[in-house]
Design a protein around this ligand. Structure first.
Ligand code: NAD
Length: 471
């Protein structure tokens, strides 16, 4: 941080206020934590309409159904789950002891860490701000949220909503551009969770390293979909379209590209296009299809498609009703593009779907393995042998078999990436643990065994060393 800059001083003051409040109550009771969770639930239910409206304005256009189903509904589900299990999670976790330490008892105490920073991308501005917040508050911490500057109205509304339901020393929002985001990542938080691109994630981790602030990085990347020869292709196409078309492809775990057996390539392309056209027919209001956020992103997608067109790649655009407001892009399939085109080198993050043919399942697995470890992997198969083979031979943050996106909504599964797609996982108990310090506690009961190993050393020490050092 640049010392003396008033904006930085403000950030430091906000952090100091929260830290002082944390020090005054470093171990909030179950009742306090539940009350904080209940206030998130009230915020979401009482203010759902204005949330949907403001997000749609910032997106140019965003389907109310998508904001409800993909942001508000999963948050309410996570809140119910956390509320129901929090009492058990907060209990000391009994641990074992070895034979020579039978006199002791061991347990893990999950302690709040203090003040946690939350850095939020624009694509799911409510889910990715309040999702981490649920786990952070459940773990007994306080939080400061930095929303994305790309959605200025949503960020301002979130700041007001949080202020309506929380005291600033519990949860608060810091608004501002990239400068503020950069200063935010350099604050000495007790933990920092960043959701966003891999490139910015590297900068955030470097800034946090200066303070030795632990980080959770929820990043992006190219999530592959393998369509095995044995699966029901029509059903797979339906699920792929669901995963790709939600939020117009601007989803971190959207299927980025699809691998399909060469002999079924054309048929599969046709099935996907019909499926997209079935979802967004001309006879219904085009308001169900979401816009692309930001001119830069829109141009980037158009340029990447143009590159493929210039290189003679077959493009198949679906004929759907496009909204007149905002920047909308027709869903486009890119059939067998060269692997060195932009669409195959960068995360797509839009309604463009490359379909890549493979000859054998081993080739498809090798294609995935040759690329950076993705955030999500999708597999469609009816064979448990194929499932076992793909799960054993690929690495990714999460997997959904015979569906798309579903793993992110499972409250009892860790969600996160690996390597370039992220570091650390949260949601449910895994989130509670992620934002807690697992303090190992050993307690001496009745007799302390080290008394037998004290100097002056004699025969007993030798016997003990033999017993304890046995193979
Ligand atoms: P982004 O990396 O551009 O921005 C994310 C956040 O970083 C924003 O709040 C922004 O203010 C901040 N930021 C920007 N420049 C910064 C800097 N120099 N220093 C510090 N902070 C800075 O990402 P985005 O465009 O908002 O979101 C899209 C990306 O996020 C995609 O790559 C997507 O895959 C990823 N994503 C991942 C997940 C996940 O759960 N893993 C979820 C959603 C999105």
């Amino acid at each position: 941080m640049r010392e003396g800059d008033p904006a930085d001083t403000h950030l430091a003051d906000v952090l100091a206020t929260q830290r002082a409040a944390f020090e005054a109550d470093p171990s909030p009771s179950l009742a306090i934590r539940r009350d904080r969770l209940d206030r998130i639930a009230r915020l979401l239910t009482e203010r759902a309409e204005e949330i949907c409206a403001v997000v749609s304005r910032d997106f140019g256009h965003r389907s109310v159904h998508e904001t409800t189903m993909l942001e508000i509904v999963p948050l309410m589900s996570a809140l119910r789950h956390t509320r129901a299990h929090l009492k058990r999670w907060m209990k000391p976790e009994r641990r074992g002891r070895s034979l020579e330490f039978l006199q002791l008892s061991n347990w893990v105490q999950y302690q709040p860490v203090g003040v946690v920073g939350i850095m939020v991308p624009w694509n799911y501005p409510i889910f990715l701000a309040l999702g981490p917040l649920i786990d952070i508050l459940a773990a007994g911490n306080r939080a400061i949220i930095k929303p994305s500057e790309l959605l200025p109205q949503t960020s301002a509304r979130l700041a007001r909503l949080i202020a309506d339901y929380f005291a600033p020393e519990e949860v608060t929002v810091i608004e501002g551009g990239v400068e503020v985001a950069s200063a935010f990542s350099a604050l000495p938080f007790d933990h920092l969770i960043f959701t966003g691109s891999t490139a910015v994630g590297k900068k955030v981790m470097a800034a946090a390293a200066a303070n030795l602030t632990p980080v959770t990085l929820e990043l992006g990347g190219k999530s592959p979909t393998i369509v095995a020869p044995d699966c029901d292709h029509a059903s797979a196409a339906r699920d792929i379209v669901f995963g790709k078309m939600m939020n117009a492809g601007q989803t971190c775990i959207a299927p980025d590209y699809v691998l399909v057996e060469r002999s079924r390539l054309d048929q599969f392309v046709g099935t996907i296009v019909s499926e997209i056209e079935r979802c967004y027919p001309h006879r219904i209001s085009p308001s169900q299809y979401t816009g692309i956020v930001g001119d830069r992103a829109y141009r980037r997608l158009l340029d990447a498609v143009q590159e493929c067109r210039d290189r003679g790649v077959r493009l198949v655009a679906a004929d759907i009703a496009l909204p007149q407001t905002g920047a909308s892009l027709a869903p486009t399939l890119v059939v067998d593009p060269p692997i060195d085109c932009r669409l195959m080198e960068e995360e797509i993050f839009g309604p463009i779907l490359p379909i890549i043919p493979y000859d054998t399942l081993d080739d498809a697995i090798a294609f995935v393995r040759a690329r950076p470890r993705p955030l999500a992997l999708y597999l469609f198969t009816g064979s448990s042998e194929t499932e076992r083979k793909v799960l054993a031979n690929t690495i990714s943050g999460n997997v959904t078999v015979n569906g798309t996106l579903l793993h992110v909504a499972q409250n009892d599964l860790p969600f996160g990436g690996i390597g370039p797609s992220g570091l650390g996982a949260y949601h449910g108990f895994d989130g509670f643990k992620r934002f807690s310090h697992p303090r190992g506690v050993t307690k001496v009961r009745i007799f302390n065994p080290t008394r037998l190993a004290m100097p002056p050393y004699g025969r007993l020490t030798g016997i003990l060393a033999k017993i304890m050092g046995r193979g």
